[in-house]
Design a protein around this ligand. Sequence first.
Ligand code: CUA
Length: 304
Amino acid sequence: MPPQGSSLAGDVDALYLFLVAVSVFFSALIAGLIVFFAIRYKRRAKHAVGVPIHGSTPLEILWSAVPLAIMLAAFVWGTMVFFRLSRPPANAIEYFVVGKQWMWKFQHPDGTREINTLHLPVGQPVKLTMTSEDVIHDLFVPGFRVKMDVLPGRYTTVWFEPNRVGRYHLFCAEYCGTEHSRMGGWIEVMAPDAYERWLAGERGQETRLAGPEELYRRFACESCHRTDSTARAPQLAGLFGKAVRLKDGQTVQADENYILESILQPNEKVVAGYQPIMPTFQGQMSQEEALSLVRYIRGLEAGK
Ligand code: CUA
């Protein structure tokens, strides 16, 4: 079991353990009785005939009533946990989540954005309002015991209250294409004052620019522009200055303007042999950040 990172994780685990315990108990009881009866009542004489049994009302009632009681207990218990899991408290703070092939985009209440990592303060109920840009994804945080489908054209929500500082793995739990298994990330649960400092620092970056490598990671460029054979997007190393053949047969020179345009309006000039799958980063990054990335890509040498 992953560590219990949310206020409801204990409730979910208790119910789960109860169900496992009931299953183990009855499996062992039934298997044990089969073996015991097989030995105890085996045929001893060659022509022995069993004693006919014509039913037992007390037994019938017992083995109907006991499972019924256990199932009803599991049903009522499960419903109570389900209600608690599906009703965010009134003081929950709302964050936005957008899933897309193949990354998670998060937005804080103050507008701060992140990709594949979400920083949260400990002890604060959080409600995630989620949607998808393309196909069905599913946000799964085992440490918080929450999992919810993320659907295109619809908002779904999930809530939790992180109660322990730490890093929690998050996954996509719905097969959504080639890179599904890599569509994950982390939830960083921080002390409230550390979270405030982090937010202030993050917002400050609009003027105090992050390094280009950090931007490259934060915008997950590498997840598509990979250097191996599974890449779904053109290689960026050694691209600068080359002639690029486009889908419509035109050829363009890969200069700064072309690279900038490809970041902000990727579908304007699609490279021959590739699908127009890149999301636009218009509005996702400041002009300074875009320029920093263009410079970075310009400096990438072939074979790197
Ligand atoms: Cu997104 Cu699997």
